[in-house]
Design a protein around this ligand. Structure first.
Ligand SMILES: [Zn+2]
Length: 326
């Protein structure tokens, strides 16, 4: 997972990092355009809602271990457009997803062939705002093949593309991802290049693509580095996300980065663009995002296909700060 580039330490040695004070972002709202909620708990949903996350995008990705058959993909995609969206709604967060065959799983060609036939059954469903996350991992021939096929699918369906760029050999992998997208007739404005860093951002913006940054501990970007990038490049076509998943990650990465940006003099307008508005503008090209749907009333006793998030006769939880759990 580790990037090959070494960057300066984010904190001065010996200093204790400040605690995130949620009141710093009070009244702000956030859109996290890359977060794998299937891997997260209801506490994470609650914390995100409390910190102002009103909507999110869950890209399809891999489980952390190989899938053994097509039905595993079918159930996973079904949960992204079904149960997980419902679970999110129970915390007042509007859930969207992108559907795709990710780069790692493209390397199982026998299965990948079958998944390509499955994808058209899901990409036109309500709340699917793009094809993703697709692209390169090891930059193999199979990854190249299925990336290209899915770009064609995105073009036919007129959907934005969410591109995962590799951890290893990132600069070359990023350039290659953009070259191929253009070769397949996609407008750069419909392609969100994800997991950028200081090495890739300039070219991505210069070529007219969206530049997404993942604030992820240890491996991708830290948020102090992100503040410097916005100071240098501004806010046009830049967005940040948490990419929180089953690994050590932070579902509050977007609100925390907004707080840090505010502290370090980034304008309210720029913060709003990189933590909320730009993601909406980019993914609304799918025709699937209606901002008026973000503020929904929560009823934790409502049901999805007969099931609610309340187990065994639980009552909807109201006061999470109470020491008593009843
Ligand atoms: Zn991801």
């Amino acid at each position: 997972m580790c990037c090959s580039h070494s960057f300066e330490n984010e904190h001065q040695p010996g200093t204790v990092p400040e605690v995130f004070d949620i009141s710093a972002v009070k009244g702000m709202k956030f859109f996290d355009p890359h977060v794998h909620m299937t891997s997260r708990t209801t506490d994470d949903y609650q914390a995100m809602a409390d910190a102002g996350v009103v909507a999110l995008i869950e890209p399809a990705f891999w489980l952390g271990q190989p899938r053994t058959g097509l039905d595993s993909f079918r159930d996973y995609y079904s949960s992204l457009v079904g149960w997980e969206r419902f679970r999110s709604s129970q915390f007042g967060i509007k859930h969207y997803c992108t559907i795709g065959l990710n780069s790692r799983e493209a390397n199982n060609e026998a299965l990948a062939e079958q998944v390509m036939e499955l994808l058209p059954l899901f990409i036109y469903k309500e709340g699917v705002v793009g094809i993703g996350e697709i692209g390169f991992d090891d930059q193999t021939a199979a990854e190249d093949k299925y990336y290209r096929l899915q770009l064609d699918l995105a073009r036919e369906a007129a959907l934005p593309v969410q591109v995962h760029t590799p951890h290893r050999d990132k600069k070359r992998g990023t350039q290659r991802s953009m070259d191929i997208a253009i070769e397949h007739g996609l407008a750069p404005y419909s392609v969100i290049i994800d997991h950028n860093n200081e090495e890739t951002v300039k070219e991505v913006l210069d070529r007219g693509f969206w530049a997404a940054f993942t604030i992820y501990p240890f491996t991708k970007m830290g948020n102090q580095r992100m503040v410097e990038i916005v100071k240098q490049y501004g806010s046009e076509r830049i967005m940040i996300n948490s990419a929180a998943d089953w690994g050590i990650s932070d579902p509050l990465a977007v609100p925390k980065t907004a707080a840090l940006m505010q502290q370090q003099g980034i304008s309210a307008q720029d913060i709003e663009l990189v933590t909320y508005r730009n993601a909406i503008t980019a993914f609304a090209q799918s025709g699937q995002i209606d901002e008026t749907e973000f503020t929904s009333t929560i009823d934790q006793s409502s049901k999805f296909a007969g099931n609610s998030i309340l187990r065994g006769g639980q009552q909807p939880r109201i006061d999470k700060s109470s020491i008593i759990i009843s």
